[in-house]
Design a protein around this ligand. Structure first.
Ligand code: HEM
Length: 129
C-alpha cells in the first residue's frame, strides 16, 4: 500500500506560540456572542414576564434594573448583541458578494467590526448609567 501522507508534516501543538489571525478571532467571537444571546433571550423574557405579572412584579423588575450587577449583565448582553449584529451584517455583505472574499478585506472588515462594536458598547453604557 502506497504512502498517502508525508511523515514530516509541520506540526505545532504549542498553544502559547499559535497566533490567530484577526479574522479567526472575529469568527470565534461571532459564535460566542451568538451563544451569549441565546442565553440572554431567556433572562430578558424572564424580566419582561416579571414586569408584566403585576404592579408589584413591575416594581421588583424596576428595582432589579437599578442594581449595578444587573446593569453590568445587561451591558454585556447589549455589547454581545452589537458585535453579533455588526458581525452578522459583515457576513451577509460577504455572502451577497458586496465585499471581496480576500484575506485583506476580511482583516479590514473584522477591524471595522471591532471599532463599531466598541463605539456601540460605550453608547450602551452611557444609556444604562
Ligand atoms: C437573539 C438573537 C440572536 C441569536 C440568539 C443568534 C445566535 C446565533 C448563533 C448561535 C449563530 C451560530 C454561530 C456559529 O455557528 O458560528 C449565529 C449565526 C449568525 N447570526 Fe445570529 N443570532 C441572533 C441575532 C442575529 C442578528 C440580529 C444578526 C444580523 C444582524 C445575526 C446574524 C447572524 C449570521 C449572518 C450568522 C451566520 C454567521 C456565519 O455564517 O458563520 N444574528 N447566530
Amino acid at each position: 500500500m502506497g504512502k498517502t501522507v508525508k511523515k514530516q508534516r509541520p506540526i505545532n501543538l504549542d498553544l502559547q506560540t499559535i497566533r490567530f489571525p484577526v479574522t479567526a478571532i472575529a469568527s470565534i467571537l461571532h459564535r460566542i456572542t451568538g451563544v451569549i444571546m441565546f442565553v440572554a433571550v431567556g433572562i430578558l423574557l424572564w424580566i419582561l414576564g416579571l414586569s408584566l405579572s403585576s404592579a408589584d412584579g413591575f416594581s421588583q423588575a424596576a428595582a432589579m434594573m437599578d442594581s449595578f450587577i444587573v446593569k453590568f449583565i445587561i451591558w454585556g448582553i447589549l455589547t454581545a448583541l452589537a458585535y453579533h449584529a455588526v458581525g452578522g451584517i459583515r457576513h451577509m455583505l460577504m455572502d451577497f458578494g458586496y465585499l471581496d472574499e480576500t484575506f485583506a478585506m476580511g482583516k479590514m472588515t473584522a477591524n471595522v467590526t471591532f471599532v463599531i462594536t466598541v463605539v456601540l458598547s460605550i453608547l450602551a453604557g452611557v444609556l444604562l448609567w
